[in-house]
Design a protein. Structure first.
Length: 171
């Protein structure tokens, strides 16, 4: 069973960078990748995986709330795909693209985190940072279903903050 965890987002936009920065903090795991804000690049690489977990922030949950959501994405027609923004692809559309154009036939899940602040050059909100532990618990539980163990350092939150600092955003 091939499993991939992808963190999405842009640390220049506050909480939006959480998925990307968390993936960087977990980069010791070969099955975790930082998708940054490159949705199309990520979608084209999903073809060989059976299960994909996407970590990203959403605006439909309370700030800091974490929820695991199965992404039910039917294949999209080419006309729908031309309307996608190449810089920011929502997770459902990313999976649609992967199924339609990249041969992805697996299951996809979103580990959604409610965003508290998505503003240019804003630091991550306290709510988003406090959600890191819950995101890791959800991810560890899911990975255990496939016999995988998440290696994580004790300083994950510190590494996430360092990711923001490297982007020029300071908390």
């Amino acid at each position: 069973m091939r499993v991939l965890v992808v963190g999405l987002g842009n640390p220049l936009y506050g909480d939006d960078g959480l998925g990307s920065c968390l993936a960087r903090a977990l980069s010791d795991n070969a099955f975790v990748v930082d998708g940054d804000a490159r949705g199309f690049d990520v979608a084209t690489s999903l073809g060989g995986y059976d299960v994909v977990y996407i970590i990203d922030v959403v605006d439909f949950l309370k700030p800091g709330e974490v929820k695991l959501i199965e992404l039910e994405a039917e294949e999209a027609n080419p006309v729908e795909l031309t309307a996608l923004d190449v810089h920011r692809v929502p997770p459902t559309r990313l999976v649609q693209y992967a199924k339609s154009m990249a041969g992805f036939k697996g299951k996809a899940y979103l580990i959604a985190v409610g965003a508290g602040r998505i503003d240019l050059m804003a630091p991550p909100s306290r709510e988003a940072l406090s959600a890191i532990g819950e995101v890791l618990r959800v991810l560890e539980g899911e990975l255990a279903r496939y016999g995988l163990k998440l290696a994580r350092a004790r300083d994950v939150e510190e590494k996430v903050l360092r990711c923001y600092a490297e982007a020029g955003v300071y908390a």
